[in-house]
Design a protein around this ligand. Structure first.
Ligand code: AP5
Ligand code: MG
Length: 190
């Protein structure tokens, strides 16, 4: 099983990924968390990524694809995994397709989390991660619009996309996500 979460900064990808992964017994792979761990460990990747993250720009595709490829090469768990924040650009999505093709694996479902912009900004300013300054948040939102949102059509055309509202309580969003996954009663594809 391979589930992908796509959503703007603050839409709840990390929060919901943790819950879903625990429930399904699959591995949570957050490229943001992996990059922050690399920064904390002062690896070559971390040193290269730090400025991009601080500005709210995407870390170059090649670096991120290599990082994810290394993990997916050694299957993280028998049940599968959830990609949180990857892919985030068309070149990343195409690289993922090539990687999965070589492993004869497929994408189970792509889940889009939708939240209004004022609510996203409010949530992120309340959290105060180092890239949660107003200037960087605004850039992250713009980057999502320009570089990541085209992926929604990419996956919609392949019948893989389900869009759920990320507003409301964490539990309400969790229920909507459950209903949008294959094998659930309410198995709408979009
Ligand atoms: P990343 O770490 O992925 O950050 P992001 O996409 O900006 O999203 P966040 O992690 O801020 O939000 P989230 O959607 O996970 O929401 P969360 O659950 O935390 O990426 C950071 C940077 O790394 C990028 O800018 C880029 O530089 C780089 N990067 C990462 N991946 C990359 C890639 N593939 N390619 C290139 N560069 C890459 O929730 C947010 C807050 O809201 C929390 O405080 C939470 O408690 C709260 N909250 C959650 N749900 C609710 C709810 N229902 N009601 C109220 N509050 C809620
Ligand atoms: Mg996150």
């Amino acid at each position: 099983m391979l589930i992908i979460f796509i959503g703007p900064p603050g839409s709840g990808k990390g929060t919901q990924a943790e819950r879903l992964c625990q429930r399904l017994g699959i591995t949570h792979l957050s490229t943001g968390d992996m990059l922050r761990a690399a920064i904390a460990a002062e690896t070559a990747l971390g040193l290269e990524a730090a400025d991009y993250i601080q500005r709210g720009e995407l870390v170059p595709d090649q670096l991120v694809v290599e990082m994810v490829g290394q993990v997916l090469d050694q299957p993280p768990s028998a049940n599968g995994c959830l990609l949180d924040g990857f892919p985030r650009s068309l070149p990343q999505a195409e690289a993922l397709d090539r990687l999965l093709e070589s492993q004869q694996a497929g994408i189970t479902r792509v889940l889009e989390l939708e939240v209004d912009q004022p609510e996203l900004i409010e949530r992120l300013l309340a959290r105060q991660r180092t890239d949660d300054t107003l200037e960087t948040i605004e850039n992250r939102l713009q980057v999502f619009q320009n570089q990541t949102s085209p992926l929604l059509d990419y996956y919609r055309q392949r019948g893989l996309l389900a869009t759920v509202s990320g507003s409301g309580t964490v539990e309400q969003v969790e229920d909507r996500i459950q209903a949008a996954l294959p094998g659930q009663q309410n198995d709408d594809q979009d």
